[in-house]
Write a protein that binds this ligand. Structure first.
Ligand code: SF4
Length: 383
């Protein structure tokens, strides 16, 4: 396929596709899926070999958020039956982080619900970062605390944070339909603040919220322009009790096409397969390792992932290897400037049949399990 040859050539040179080319990747048929995965896989291997970086989430503060992000089980008015708790103490967070590191995680992501941290919250998180680094000198720490105020990114950097995550989530055009309590511009500004403070920026998206192909390409190209070091790709987990509970729009094939498009658009950037992979990729998860070079180990913020041991077995079975602490994740040209481096077509109706496996909107609530172990509970974490 000319399109794929062009995109491989561009990706190997570190160049992004045009908007039209990115849209064309999303429009490929299920028949072409393995060709698309193989092509984007060449780009992935050029920049990241067969390494998979493991990241581990610690939810420092869960639920009770005053913001109204429609996709989020922790939002204002959420009726999802998630764990709700206030700030973990530094030693509790450090213990949770240690479990992830022992499981093979190279980066720990410290996340807190809320619009953004107060200066007192920055103090707490700084102490937590110090406690984690004391125990695990080489672990990368990424903070994800919402919108930052002036000077807060610098304080996190001084406390030892390596990276800051703040996702754009969806296109600028549709942002107002997903969240009304803050704006897309607010989010862009926080990513800029993190970069200006010398933190490795991590910013990504959520697919499956009812967006169009154009929206997906817009947000991915906006991310490319923002130039984060890592791009997490989430697939919506439609939590019961949230406004998007009925949005079951993704198939495993569609999820792979989205990941391939992100890889082509961000060839030399850490593309992280994030929340929702078990729910939407299901048995095709191993194919996604040919596209993403990074995944979360174990559980997510408010939902359970597959067992950490199953993640490790999947990586080994698919012929990939867990990236060690002695290896720099990003290609040399990027790492230098970053923190520490954050139904096949049938004959007569090909158009309609090309996406025959497109989601039928049937809810798979059986695949969504609320997290009941690890941080905020007395039970051991999944790592
Ligand atoms: S995504 Fe963050 S800011 Fe939005 S509702 Fe959830 S916890 Fe609050």
């Amino acid at each position: 396929m000319d399109l794929l040859n062009t995109l491989v050539d561009k990706g190997l040179r570190g160049e992004s596709p045009t908007r039209e080319e990115a849209l064309a990747v999303l429009a490929t048929s299920d028949e072409e899926l393995l060709d698309v995965v193989a092509a984007a896989g060449k780009v992935r291997r050029k920049w990241f070999g067969r390494r998979v970086k493991l990241n581990y989430l610690v939810n420092l503060k869960s639920g009770l958020c005053p913001e109204d992000c429609s996709y989020c089980s922790q939002r204002l008015g959420s009726e999802a039956g998630i764990l709700k708790y206030t700030w973990l103490k530094p030693d509790e967070a450090s213990k949770a982080a240690a479990a992830g590191v022992a499981g093979g995680a190279k980066r720990v992501c410290l996340v807190a619900s809320g619009r953004g941290p107060t200066d007192r919250d920055i103090d707490r998180v700084s102490k937590t970062i110090e406690a984690i680094k004391e125990e695990n000198e080489h672990v990368e720490v990424c903070a994800c605390l919402g919108l930052l105020s002036e000077g807060q990114a610098e304080r996190l950097r001084a406390a030892g944070a390596d990276a800051y995550n703040h996702n754009l989530n969806t296109s600028e055009n549709t942002y107002g339909t997903i969240t009304t309590t803050h704006t897309y511009a607010d989010r862009v500004e926080t990513v800029h603040q993190a970069q200006a403070a010398g933190l490795s920026a991590c910013s990504g998206l959520i697919a499956g919220m009812g967006e169009s192909d154009e929206d997906l390409v817009d947000v991915v190209l906006a991310l490319r322009a923002l130039d984060p070091d890592s791009v997490p790709v989430n697939f919506l987990i439609p939590f019961e009790g949230t406004p998007l509970a009925e949005e079951w729009n993704l198939t495993p094939q569609r999820a792979l096409r989205i990941l391939a498009m992100v890889r082509f658009a961000c060839p030399d950037v850490e593309v992280r397969l994030a929340g929702g992979r078990e729910v939407h990729l299901r048995s095709l998860q191993p194919l996604a390792l040919h596209l993403a070079n990074s995944i979360f180990l174990g559980d997510y913020l408010t939902s359970e992932g597959q067992e950490g041991k199953a993640d490790l077995a999947m990586i080994a079975d698919a012929g990939f290897e867990v990236e060690g602490t002695g290896t720099t994740t990003l290609p040399a040209h990027r790492a230098a400037g970053a923190g520490t481096g954050c139904g096949s077509a049938c004959g007569d109706a090909p158009e309609e049949a090309a996406h025959a496996a497109e989601a039928d909107g049937r809810a798979r609530t059986d695949l969504v399990a609320v997290r009941r172990r690890g941080a905020g509970t007395d039970l051991p974490p999944n790592a």
